[in-house]
Write a protein that binds this ligand. Structure first.
Ligand code: HEC
Length: 251
């Protein structure tokens, strides 16, 4: 890990975590333990691993990588203990030791809130038609609050209990499609349960919601160079469905 450039091991770690979560989701779905949400398998848990935090917090990513290494080592030691009777106690003690010594990251930093659609993949493939359709949807339903240019200064903005965020931001660009989709469909609430962003699930179908996301995705890429922790092209080819994918350059 130390010898490799940060991008290489971090990228490997993120791909591994993303693939592991997707594999778990597929397994749960295949076993009938979770159903569908908006046409794709629903993420059944309230949390997921915060890949977007690991991307900017190398210390946390390193802690997690060492802890996963310790888990692998502990499993290996248990395996040896099962196969080799003579020093079984010592191997098992070694496994426990590895787990105790691992620098476990704090769950509150490592995990972030998830939605049933967190791992959904946009079916539009960022097509010209979807972007054009999204532009219409945006003008009709969203611009009054978020502004024509997405900077959050629409005519209704000042009267809201919470100011709409700018949608032209690399921070938003890093978020997973599926979670933005969920917030548009289901709306958002403040800590007291008051609606801050209205739900559009009834007004827009799934296709229009994905389309408006495609339209919005065009802004950050045009407006600001994206962050640098992981090379965009490197990410794009492997980490699909992950927020990291959003760092790709304009196709
Ligand atoms: C009535 C005003 C209003 C309208 C209309 C509106 N929004 Fe919002 N939107 C908000 C506010 C306020 C927030 C911030 C909510 C919060 O942080 O609790 C927000 C947040 C968001 C976010 C950020 C979500 C996140 O995960 O952080 C997105 C994306 C978004 N809106 C997209 C849309 C789209 C797309 C439409 C049109 C289909 C739309 N909004 C219509 C007020 C509005």
């Amino acid at each position: 890990m130390n010898g490799l450039p940060a991008q290489a091991w971090l990228n490997t770690l993120l791909v591994l975590l993303q693939d592991a979560q997707l594999a778990l989701l597929r397994l749960w779905h295949a076993l009938g333990l979770t159903g569908d949400s908006h046409g794709q398998p629903a993420w059944p848990w309230a949390r997921r691993i915060a890949g977007e935090t690991l991307l900017i917090d190398l210390g946390l990513a390193r802690q997690l990588a060492w802890s996963l290494g310790a888990v692998a080592l502990a499993l290996l030691m248990v395996f040896v203990a099962l196969a080799w009777r003579r020093h079984r106690g010592a191997w098992l003690a070694g496994a426990v030791f590895a787990l105790v010594l691992a620098p476990w990251p704090a769950p509150s930093l490592l995990l972030s809130p998830a939605a049933p659609t967190s791992f959904h993949v946009s079916p539009t493939r960022f097509s010209v038609n979807a972007i054009a359709r999204g532009a219409e949807v945006y003008t009709r339903h969203c611009a009054a609050c978020h502004g024509d240019d997405g900077r959050g200064e629409g005519p209704l903005a000042a009267g809201l209990s919470r100011w709409p965020p700018t949608l032209v931001s690399p921070l938003l660009a890093r978020r997973a499609d599926g979670e933005l989709f969920w917030h548009i469909v289901d709306g958002m609430r403040d800590a007291r349960g008051q609606t801050t962003m209205p739900a559009f699930g009834d007004a827009l179908g799934d296709a229009d919601t994905w389309a408006v996301l495609d339209y919005m995705r065009r802004w950050p890429q045009a407006a600001a160079p994206l962050p640098t922790a992981v090379g965009p092209r490197r990410c794009h080819c492997r980490i699909r469905r992950c927020s990291v994918e959003r760092m790709r350059p304009t196709p």
